[in-house]
Design a protein around this ligand. Structure first.
Ligand SMILES: NC(=O)c1ccc[n+]([C@@H]2O[C@H](COP(=O)([O-])OP(=O)(O)OC[C@H]3O[C@@H](n4cnc5c(N)ncnc54)[C@H](OP(=O)(O)O)[C@@H]3O)[C@@H](O)[C@H]2O)c1
Length: 268
């Protein structure tokens, strides 16, 4: 089984990391990356065949999967390069935000498109991914693509394609939201006397501890927050400022903005 990964930037590298960690053999993975400066690095890091563009004679068939990890704006160019080698048996897994199956089907001349939205956790097999599988694919084809998605971390199958946009806004962009919050915590720790190094480690361990508590119990986000918030305590003081400034609604608005942008990308 060959996996051809087209566009090996941030997400493409994370997916390549997952594949090789999940015991895909490097000789079965082809990396196609147009950025010349990255190709030597990719060959060294992964030991895979690395190409600047889709090789004209590349023969793909049953069991083979093409994974698209280019920016939505590059979808058309990437699909034009791929179209000549997409035989009826090849399945295409698109990890692009916003580009719907029907557009990819038209660009690639095949119905066999699956969409997924992983996130950067894939680099450590910790992605929270959503996957949409339209009708018409065989159990084996779904199995081949599911193995790729599952190698990235945990995945949830969604029954409606629009939910991929929701997963984009929540989980695809999610690491950036958490990093933004971490930056704010880190800044206060530094301005109040912690070294940059210790402030970073303190915030990181706080995130890890909160995740461990949540994973190790049945608590919801709300109940853990309430449990940490003693009346008149320090957490209550911070949360009252956040609530006063309507932060929760602002955060939800920000995520809704990401969702709107994911939907707009359909017409790019
Ligand atoms: N980054 C994330 O956390 C994340 C999470 C979920 C989903 N995604 C999705 O993943 C996709 C890629 O995002 P990214 O952040 O990884 O972008 P990126 O870092 O820019 O990587 C894309 C790479 O693809 C290359 N490329 C573009 N067209 C190509 C072609 N026709 N053939 C070969 N290589 C080509 C680009 O080269 P140039 O540098 O020359 O343009 C770039 O190196 C997007 O569609 C995004 O929606 C990203």
């Amino acid at each position: 089984m060959t996996v051809a990964l087209v566009g090996v930037g941030n997400l493409g590298k994370a997916v390549a990391d997952s594949l090789l960690a999940a015991s895909y053999r490097s000789e079965d993975v082809i990396l196609i990356e147009r950025a010349e400066k990255d190709r030597d690095y990719l060959a060294q890091r992964y030991g895979c065949r690395v190409e600047a563009e889709v090789p004209a004679g590349l023969q793909l068939g049953a069991g083979d999967v093409v994974v698209l990890t280019v920016k939505p704006q590059d979808a058309q160019g990437a699909c034009e390069g791929l179209r000549p080698i997409i035989s009826p048996d090849v399945v295409v897994l698109s990890c692009m935000a916003g580009v719907p199956c029907h557009r990819l089907q038209a660009l690639l001349g095949t119905q066999k498109i699956i969409r997924a939205m992983p996130n950067l956790g894939a680099a450590f097999q910790e992605s929270a991914s959503a996957v949409f599988i339209p009708e018409g694919l065989s159990v084996e084809e779904i199995g081949h693509v599911s193995a790729i998605i599952n190698s990235c971390g945990k995945a949830w199958r969604v029954e409606r394609e629009e939910l991929i946009d929701v997963a984009t806004a929540v989980a695809g962009s999610g690491p950036a939201y958490l990093c933004w919050l971490a930056e704010q915590l880190e800044n206060v720790a530094i301005e109040s006397g912690f070294s940059r190094h210790d402030a970073h480690a303190l915030v990181l361990q706080t995130f890890k501890g909160a995740v461990s508590v949540l994973e190790g119990s049945d608590e919801t986000f709300t109940t853990l927050r309430q449990r940490v918030t003693s009346p008149n305590g320090t957490t209550a003081a911070a949360l009252s400022v956040l609530e006063e400034r309507v932060a929760a609604e602002h955060v939800r608005d920000a995520v809704r903005a990401a969702l709107r942008r994911a939907r707009e990308l359909q017409s790019v």
